[in-house]
Ligand binder design. Structure first.
Ligand code: LRH
Ligand code: MN
Length: 430
């Protein structure tokens, strides 16, 4: 029924919503657009920019202490895709889903691809999982997977990654994301050099299984679930693997995977310079890998990251919409997952819009003259300019809602999902 709901929702409900808000929106848009010389180009880039929604973040998340389940959660891959379809219908910026295997193994590829086409979704990077032991699994990953001292465990993990590539090929995905929980919890537990070499050797077998047009994203993380060392612990280690693996290997930046106060925008600038930036797992955090709503804690950092992205991508003549992986990786412990994801996409689009309207000539001139104050003022002026009417206009032009979250609530979509699915369904994932 939801497909029908989603479809119906979009066509007439969105139009009515936009008609109600149009006059107020037009006034705000005209006011801010007046000061933006490249407004047409900015709006087209916003329309083309699509953020992939993680299939593992459509239910309520939890911590080791507790998980307070939500209701009307998607109980199958099909229902997860319908939820992403709903988000995309509302904001026209969520046109992709990133699957996690084995949490989302497609039973019938043809049916899944038909549903994806119906919901105007494509499959972004597929994610492997050697950080949990599955029921019928032969050997445990307790002491790691691709790094493991036991060659048989490494072989099992390599085969899993190759199986994930196979699922991705069937669905039309073109990238594999490898995040390894491998590492150690105590000094002396691990020989770092052997762990690196085992992991590299294993990744080389996975790399060899990649189709010609595929990429492998090596995701790094400073700590958790290991708390002394992680075998892909920072951008330098990930870049070391990516450079040794070859041209199809890149470094994936998850915003929550850094040590406190890391300068992520500088990391992004240098990975772009090296042509080794895979893309992102967007989220926000105050302490650790908190997986909070994008832009909810450090919005200025998100803006500075997009400033480096636009500068670096344009310096390399890259296609903003296609050349990097734009993915969310968040977990929702106290908020409705769909409302949280609508807020995250909004924050990403806002930071991107702000970065697109920076006067690069003026900024470069200030930098060339060491005019620190002028450079700061150029960035802060844009950050303090409310560009929300611009991203709303891009949504309106592409058939989305001017205020997606408000419409989601006005239409009581969560209530409808609970009525449709009951309040006991639990989404697989974190
Ligand atoms: C690890 C991580 C990784 C996913 C997992 C769900 O913290 O960011 O990207 O596999 O979350
Ligand atoms: Mn991640």
């Amino acid at each position: 029924m939801i497909k029908r709901l989603a479809m119906q929702l979009e066509k007439n409900k969105i139009a009515e919503h936009n008609d109600r808000l149009l006059i107020g929106h037009q006034r705000k848009f005209d006011f801010v657009a007046e000061g933006i010389s490249n407004i047409e180009e900015v709006i087209q880039k916003l329309i083309d920019f699509q953020v992939a929604i993680p299939s593992w973040a459509l239910g309520t998340g939890g911590t080791r202490f507790a998980r307070f389940s939500g209701s009307g959660e998607p109980g199958s891959l099909e229902e997860k895709m319908e939820d992403v379809g709903l988000l995309h219908a509302l904001n026209q910026s969520s046109g992709a889903i990133s699957l996690h295997i084995p949490w989302d193994i497609p039973e019938n590829y043809a049916a899944i691809k038909t549903l994806a086409a119906q919901l105007d979704l494509r499959f972004d990077a597929v994610n492997s999982n050697t950080f949990q032991d599955q029921k019928n699994q032969g050997l445990s990953y307790k002491f790691g997977s691709l790094q493991h001292v036991n060659k048989a465990v490494r072989k099992q993990a390599i085969e899993h990654n190759i199986e994930v590539i196979r699922h991705g090929i069937e669905l039309g995905s073109e990238a594999l994301t490898v995040w390894l929980s491998d590492g150690s919890c105590f000094p002396g537990q691990l020989n770092f050099r052997k762990a690196f070499q085992n992991t590299l050797e294993s990744l080389q077998e996975v790399y060899a299984a990649l189709p010609a047009n595929w990429k492998v994203f090596v995701e790094y993380k400073a700590f958790e679930p290991n708390f002394y060392s992680m075998t892909v612990g920072d951008w330098g280690q990930s870049l070391l693997y990516a450079n040794k693996l070859g041209p199809k290997a890149y470094t994936l930046v998850d915003l929550g995977h850094h040590l406190p106060n890391a300068n992520i925008e500088q990391i992004v600038s240098l990975l772009l310079m090296e042509g080794k930036l895979a893309g992102f797992h967007f989220n926000d955090s105050k302490y650790g890998d908190d997986d909070l709503t994008v832009g909810s804690i450090k919005p200025y950092q998100l803006f500075l990251i997009f400033n480096e992205l636009v500068e670096g991508m344009d310096a390399r003549g890259m296609d903003h919409a296609k050349d990097l992986g734009w993915m969310i990786d968040a977990s929702h412990n106290v908020k409705d997952p769909l409302e949280d994801l609508l807020q995250s996409v909004e924050a990403i689009m806002l930071a991107y819009a702000q970065a697109l309207t920076i006067d690069r000539k003026k900024l470069n001139a200030a930098q060339e003259h060491n005019d620190v104050v002028a450079a700061q003022e150029i960035l802060q002026d844009i950050f303090r300019t409310d560009l929300r009417p611009v991203i709303a206009e891009a949504r309106r032009i592409s058939g989305g809602a001017l205020q997606p979250l408000q419409l989601f609530r006005d239409l009581k979509v969560r209530d409808r999902l609970v009525k449709e699915r009951g309040n006991k369904t639990v989404a697989s994932g974190l």
